[in-house]
Design a protein around this ligand. Structure first.
Ligand SMILES: [Zn+2]
Length: 330
């Protein structure tokens, strides 16, 4: 079978790889835990071994169009450079696409993981049929991708689409990992929700809360899933943390919609899986924080569809449909 693409998703905790057909069918996939702290030599060797396995599984290089790789951080799709990837020690100033091409004699492309995921959702996932989409993934961080006319918008230096680091509160007590106060990532990501919950439990130490019993009094065990479950059971603190998260995301998304006028927003990641209670709060806030509320109300906010394989699809999407998203000459 020809026209297959290898997609590799390198994360701080796992490396996923798969073979994807030109029509977006995932034929085979593997996941290995990333030995991130053993340094770039070890983690790159893991990537190399995974690609070797996938080439063999695909029946040889002649069946492959190329190798796409995505990772969190700043990757320049034009030069194929990894500029930095914060969760992957040593992955910086790396001529990654060039190195993969040299080793495997196949075209290689690299991309930021949220950009790649956004493209995959447009080509094969929740936003099929849409051309202009804002993609958001809310989990340990907030990643975004701007897809315009079914292509990733990269900006002039390849680093556009970092919506998670747009601040909605310059007076916020919460400083983001990037150094700015009140980035949406510092307010509404999974760890941000947990942090706000802990603060509330300390401040309101006389108020009974299911979060205390569910975490057996150990605040470090509180997770976004636990907050969501406690809210579902009627816990007042958990519910207000969830509502606040929806509000922050809605304020921010209202701005993104004003700026981009997408035909759809796709939301993925663990926090987005909380679903309706969160999405309804987001919708409610958007109305008050966007320029054209009536138009914004018609924009669907779609739950992501590709789930845990989104990175593999995204990396493979860099070659699919053939050439459409090409940033580098073959
Ligand atoms: Zn930030």
């Amino acid at each position: 079978m020809q026209n297959l693409t290898i997609g590799i998703d390198v994360g701080g905790t796992k490396i996923a790889g798969g073979i994807v057909t030109a029509k977006g069918r995932l034929l085979k996939s593997w996941v290995v835990p990333t030995k991130a702290h053993d340094g770039v030599k070890t983690s790159f060797l893991q990537v190399r071994r995974l690609i070797e396995r996938l080439i063999a599984e695909a029946g040889g290089k002649h069946n492959l169009v190329g190798i796409g790789l995505c990772a969190p951080g700043t990757l320049d799709p034009k030069t194929g450079f990894v500029i930095n990837a914060p969760n992957l020690p040593g992955w910086e100033h790396l001529k990654l696409a060039h190195e993969l091409e040299r080793i495997f004699s196949l075209p290689a492309r690299v991309e930021n993981d949220a950009n790649a995921a956004g493209l995959a959702e447009v080509l094969f996932g929740a936003a099929v049929g849409h051309r202009n989409v804002f993609y958001v993934t809310v989990s340990t961080g907030i990643g975004t991708g701007i897809i315009i006319d079914r292509r990733i918008y990269h900006g002039s230096r390849g680093v556009a689409g970092e919506g998670g680091h747009v601040s909605i509160d310059y007076k916020s007590p919460y400083r983001c990992g990037c150094g700015t106060l009140g980035c949406i990532e510092a307010l509404a990501s999974g760890p941000a929700m947990v942090r706000r919950a802990r603060v509330r439990l300390v401040q309101e130490y006389t108020t009974p809360s299911l979060l205390r019993t569910m975490s057996h009094g150990q605040m470090k065990l509180i997770s976004p899933e636990m907050i969501s479950e406690a809210a579902r059971k009627g816990d007042a603190i958990a519910k207000s943390i969830l509502d606040e998260t929806g509000f922050y995301l809605g304020v921010w998304l209202g701005g993104m919609i004003t700026l981009l006028d997408p035909s759809a927003v796709v939301m993925g990641g663990g926090v987005a899986r909380i679903g309706k209670p969160l999405f309804s709060k987001i919708r409610e806030a958007i109305r008050h924080y966007t320029l054209n509320p009536a138009m914004a109300a018609k924009i669907p906010i779609l739950p992501a569809k590709l789930q845990e394989n989104v990175g593999v699809y995204g990396a493979a999407s860099l070659f699919l449909p053939a050439g459409e998203t090409a940033e580098r000459p073959l």
